[in-house]
Ligand binder design. Structure first.
Ligand SMILES: C[S@@+](CC[C@H](N)C(=O)[O-])C[C@H]1O[C@@H](n2cnc3c(N)ncnc32)[C@H](O)[C@@H]1O
Length: 266
């Protein structure tokens, strides 16, 4: 997709509305999500299939990843991903971290480079294979990869993670679908551990004219569903578990929001 179409889509200017053109069946949520997420965001305007990325030689794959990180974290995009890399990267040293929905791993590979013991989890196997290649090229140690086939794949993970991070990955399906996944993920976070999440704020949805979430998915990402989160909605996904809010922030002109929660137990 060209830059102009991407901008139009982001602004919700693509009319008339075309429903997501692949099968959507929320009784089979992970199959449905996989119809979309065989591609991952590289920058704000580029989304690529991980099959295609896997076909690149090592030097081109690494160059693509490095360019993606530079584009998303520096200059005008400092206010996108740069600020939280600066805020969190050093404190990740020695931490056991899970990245759920790791995609192209711009954040989690960076944190692994700063010494995090990272477990990358994704719904799509080729997405993980790209990260496996990148971690090998970068010589990263202490990394693990878990293919998320269904909730039982999460159950296999250990229960003592210091940090669980979900960057743009846990708002792509209706809350009824997502709640069991949030609940399962929480079983793997130690009490006192941190939950970091990047999502979409309500203001972005309001500015888009309050579309239904299936329509919003189509407008934002050509995906079957995108939903806004705020602190009460996110906390409700974990109930009855208790959290303290360390930081909540809307950023990049209201495009995204950031949740940093400290887990206080059930
Ligand atoms: C918008 S991309 C974000 C990727 C990456 N975290 C980033 O920050 O660029 C969404 C990623 O989450 C994965 N994903 C989508 N829904 C998910 C779910 N319910 N559970 C786990 N991963 C999911 C997709 O496979 C995809 O890799």
């Amino acid at each position: 997709m060209g830059l102009a179409s991407r901008i139009k889509m982001t602004l919700g200017l693509t009319e008339p509305f075309k429903p997501y053109d692949k099968p959507v069946d929320w009784q089979k949520p992970y199959e449905t999500l996989r119809t979309k997420w065989v591609e991952v965001p590289i920058t704000n305007w580029e989304i690529l299939s991980t099959e295609e990325l896997l076909a690149l030689p090592d030097n081109e794959l690494l160059a693509k990843w490095e360019k993606s990180r530079t584009t998303l974290t520096t200059g005008a995009q400092w206010d996108h991903r740069g600020w939280y890399h600066a805020l969190y990267a050093d404190s990740m040293h020695g931490k056991k971290v899970m990245d759920i929905g790791s995609g192209f791993g711009v954040d989690s590979i960076t944190f692994a480079q700063h010494g995090a013991r990272m477990t990358f989890v994704d719904l799509v196997e080729t997405n993980l294979k790209v990260l496996q290649r990148l971690c090998k090229i970068l010589g990263l140690k202490g990394v693990q990869f878990q293919h998320f086939q269904d909730l039982s794949s999460l159950r296999a993970l250990e229960a003592d993670y210091d940090v669980i991070m979900a960057m743009g990955s846990l708002h792509n399906a209706p809350v009824e679908v997502m709640k069991p996944e949030y609940q399962e993920l929480l079983r793997h976070l130690r009490v006192g551990g941190r939950w970091l999440q990047l999502a979409y704020p309500k203001i972005r949805w309001t500015k888009a004219g309050r579309p239904t979430f299936d329509k919003w998915g189509q407008m934002l990402e050509r995906s079957p569903w995108e939903e806004w989160y705020d602190v009460p909605k996110l906390l409700s996904m974990f109930e009855p578990a208790k959290f303290d809010v360390v930081l909540y922030r809307e950023f990049h002109n209201g495009d995204f929001n950031w949740f940093d929660l400290a887990y206080r137990g059930q």
